[in-house]
Write a protein that binds this ligand. Structure first.
Ligand SMILES: [Zn+2]
Ligand SMILES: [Zn+2]
Length: 247
């Protein structure tokens, strides 16, 4: 598998960049995890969206789904010109219902499917499993397995014990680290993790590599990395524009 960082800022991107979007590929099979502000434009630099095999929207905060509206139009155009025949499968939470229903109504272009607890689906050789996480609105983490390698994406969540179990021994933990070490109380309240939480999660879950993401654009990433290093002495990668990581 190959992970390409399409966007990693939240809740708004730095100039010319994007909010969360992660392209996971195995051969010609491509899965997009989340689709925030700017993802459509950044993705186009690597892959025509009509070549996507599926999209997962982990929750309905705009930094994770808003560019799905644009992807829908790319699919519509591709079906019109004949470069794509079938609607794009998009897995998403069923709540809030009005979001789910509004995308479900775009059935010509999007095949909307609900995320279920431990529900599995495949994209080419990649097996995908969703699990609930802890955020102010229903949100899902995602595990992708392929050829005895695994990736776990936390989406947005506070630190909690079940998360440690979900990530056990994963090869790559794609983990939000939204807030500074000193902001633990705020992080728990907002349903996010601090740098220290991310490091602790990677350590307790035995992740082989921690790829930290979901950064506020005003932070200095060197400072965030130093804080993560205080909790985790394994391999740490900070999300970066155009970063590609083999798994
Ligand atoms: Zn969120
Ligand atoms: Zn977010």
């Amino acid at each position: 598998m190959l992970l390409r960082i399409i966007g990693y800022w939240a809740p708004y991107p730095r100039a010319g960049q994007a909010c969360p979007g992660y392209l996971v590929s195995s051969g010609d099979s491509h899965l997009l995890l989340d689709c925030g502000h700017g993802v459509c434009s950044q993705l186009a630099r690597w892959l025509p969206a009509e070549k996507l095999g599926a999209v997962v929207i982990t929750h309905f905060h705009p930094d994770h789904y808003i560019d799905l509206f644009a992807i829908r139009h790319i699919i519509r155009a591709a079906m019109f010109t004949g470069t794509r025949q079938k609607p794009l499968p998009v897995y998403m939470p069923t709540e809030p219902d009005y979001h789910y229903q509004s995308f479900a109504a775009m059935e010509k272009e999007l095949q909307v499917l609900p995320l279920h607890d431990n529900g599995n689906f495949t994209v080419g050789p990649m097996q995908v499993k969703a699990f609930p996480v802890d955020h102010p609105i229903p949100a899902w983490g995602v595990k992708v397995d392929c050829q005895n390698r695994s990736l776990v994406y936390t989406s947005d969540t506070s630190y909690h014990q079940q998360l440690v179990e979900q990530i056990q021994g994963t090869d790559l933990l794609l983990c939000e680290a939204s807030l500074r070490l000193a902001d633990g109380a705020v992080a728990a309240q907002l349903g996010h993790m601090t740098t220290a939480d991310a490091g602790r999660l990677a350590r307790e879950g035995g992740a082989k590599t921690l790829l930290a993401t979901h950064f506020w654009p005003e932070y200095e990433l060197e400072v965030l990395q130093e804080e993560i290093e205080q909790e985790y002495n394994g391999k740490i990668i900070m999300a970066d524009q155009d970063l590609t990581v083999p798994i």
